[in-house]
Structure formats: C-alpha cells, structure tokens
Design a protein around this ligand. Structure first.
Ligand code: SF4
Ligand code: SF4
Length: 301
C-alpha cells in the first residue's frame, strides 16, 4: 500500500515521432485517478504535469521512469532540442525506461515510412541495435498500436510495488505478452473446425482463413482483458493486424496469404506439417451447428 505522503514515482513522458495514440490510449485506464495518486508526471503531453516540455528539454533534472512514445528519429527536435539529447539525458539516470507502443518498441509505422533512419529505442524491428542499447537492462517494451492502457497501468504498478517484471526476448513483460491474442477469442470453436467468416462483422466463423487474422501469430492479452473491458477486434468481427509484433505493419491487412488455399503462416509453435494435417482433416467434417446462424432472425419476426 502507498500513501500520498510516500515518495511518488517521478515519470517523464517524452514523445518521438508519434501520432499520440498511446498518450490517448492511457487516458482510458480504468484506475487512472488511483494511479495518479502514486505517480507524479514531470511532463505528459496531455495530462497536467509539473513542468512544460521546454523546461524538461533543458535537461537539468532527472526522473525515476522515462516513458518514450513514438519512433526514434535522430533528426527530430522537441522544444527546439534534439529528442536524441533529451532521451539520452533522462535515460542515463532513470531506473526504468518504458517504450510505449510498437513505434517506440520496434519502429512500427514510422519506421515503415523511413526505414533507413527511424527505429525503436532498443530494437530496430527485431534487431537489437537501436540507439539505447547501453541501457538494455532497464528497457521494457510495451508494444501495441496503440498500447493497451492496462498494459502500461500494470507495468507502472509493478514498478511502484518493486515487483520483478519478467521479460520475453523482445523485452515485453511475459505477464502481458506470453499468450497469443487468439487465446480467449469467442470464435475459437470455428477456428478448430475451419469454419470461415464470409463477411466482416458476421457473428459466426473465424477470420484466419480468408480475412487476414494474425491473432494465432501475435502475442498479447487483447482477448482476455478486452478493450474498454467489453470487446476485441476479433470478437466483433474484424481481423487482428498483429500490431504487437516487430514486423508490424505488414501489407494487406484484410487478406490471408495462402498456399493451396491453406494459410501460409501456422500458429506460433505449431509445425507446418502438423498444422496442414490437422487442417486437412478438420475441413472434411461439416458440423451443422457451426454452419448455421447463431441467431435465427428470419423465423422470429
Ligand atoms: S478470428 Fe482470429 S482470434 Fe478469433 S479464433 Fe479466428 S484466428 Fe483466432
Ligand atoms: S487485436 Fe491484434 S491488432 Fe488489435 S490491438 Fe490486439 S494485437 Fe493489436
């Protein structure tokens, strides 16, 4: 438990090349008010904070946690100062550096626009050769486009409570990214029996076979903690774009690449041959219940 009198975690939210999506997403955190009792924003682009960005850019103070949003671009300035200079000053003394969103984690969409110069702060896609390599041990990646507010809330609370955060190979907390987005989707039974969705928004069917769903290849808890606590993309009938992975963004979001009408990518950890065998067998069965509409609107007018 932390009282208001205890030392509040000093957090600086710095932006690189960004659309502001992560800063906005954080505002949706259910317990934001409670969290703000335990942390003090030295600067945040949207929330009330102690200092203006121009004051932080003078690099005369330090922070406990540096949150970086957006891709790293060596030529970018904020408040008239190179972001590179501000980033390195605060990174040096911070206990933790959190890269929020896929752009800060791997380069993301802004890397796709300028692949020669832009990257994440530690990773450049999945190569660990970003500008903050020397701070490797204190960097936590919270990928996502945008980051789920709960993923950031969870991480800050773990730091406040001085609990160990176990990371995966791409520096993402395993608590949040060890399972696949496919886990918890209400369409799992259709996935197992290879029943396709015919159009977006349809309640029945799986989006893996034709509509480009990347959830079986994507790490994250979107389908277990949900968005706004109520829904997810795949539950509502649109494909997962795989936004937490280092190869995001890919092309043709709404199409499944196939070989001989079977998805070219198998779920993580499933050998291709095993997957092809299981798919071939499942496709030979026709489960009437799964091929019928869930709700019979026609006969209930
Ligand atoms: S729609 Fe996507 S997440 Fe849902 S069951 Fe199919 S592959 Fe999995
Ligand atoms: S469902 Fe997929 S695309 Fe949507 S936020 Fe989760 S990981 Fe990203």
């Amino acid at each position: 438990m932390h009282s208001k009198q205890e030392h509040k975690l000093k957090v600086f939210w710095l932006q690189g090349l960004t659309c502001n999506g992560n800063a906005h997403s954080f505002l949706n955190l259910d317990y934001l008010g409670e969290l703000l009792e335990k942390i003090e924003f030295l600067h945040h682009p949207l929330l009330p904070a102690k200092y203006a960005l121009s004051e932080m850019a003078e690099c005369k103070t330090g922070c406990d946690v540096l949150i970086f949003e957006g891709a790293y671009d060596p030529s970018l300035k904020r408040a008239g100062v190179f972001v590179d200079k501000i980033l390195r000053h605060y990174a040096k003394n911070a206990k933790y550096i959190i890269a929020v969103g896929t752009c800060a984690s791997f380069g993301g969409i802004f890397k796709a626009t300028s692949p020669q110069t832009n990257s994440g702060i530690l990773f450049n896609e999945n190569d660990k050769n970003g500008p903050l390599q020397e701070y490797n041990e204190k960097i936590i990646n919270l990928s996502g486009c945008p980051v789920h507010p709960e993923w950031l809330g969870f991480t800050l609370n773990m730091i406040i409570d001085r609990r160990k955060i176990v990371l995966d190979e791409e520096h993402r907390p395993q608590e949040l990214y060890s399972s696949l987005v496919h886990h918890g989707c209400t369409r799992n039974e259709y996935f197992e029996w290879k029943v396709d969705v015919n159009h977006f928004g349809q309640k029945e069917g799986c989006l893996f076979y034709k509509q480009g769903c990347r959830a079986p290849m994507t790490h994250g808890s979107c389908n277990t903690i949900l968005w706004n606590g109520v829904n997810s993309k795949t539950r509502s009938g649109t494909p997962c774009f795989g936004c937490t992975e280092s190869d995001f963004p890919r092309t043709n979001f709404f199409e499944t690449k196939t070989n001989m009408s079977i998805p070219a990518d198998a779920p993580v950890g499933v050998p291709k041959r095993a997957y092809l065998t299981v798919t071939g067998i499942a496709k030979t069965f026709h489960i009437k219940r799964l091929e019928e509409p869930l709700i019979d609107y026609k006969n209930n007018t």
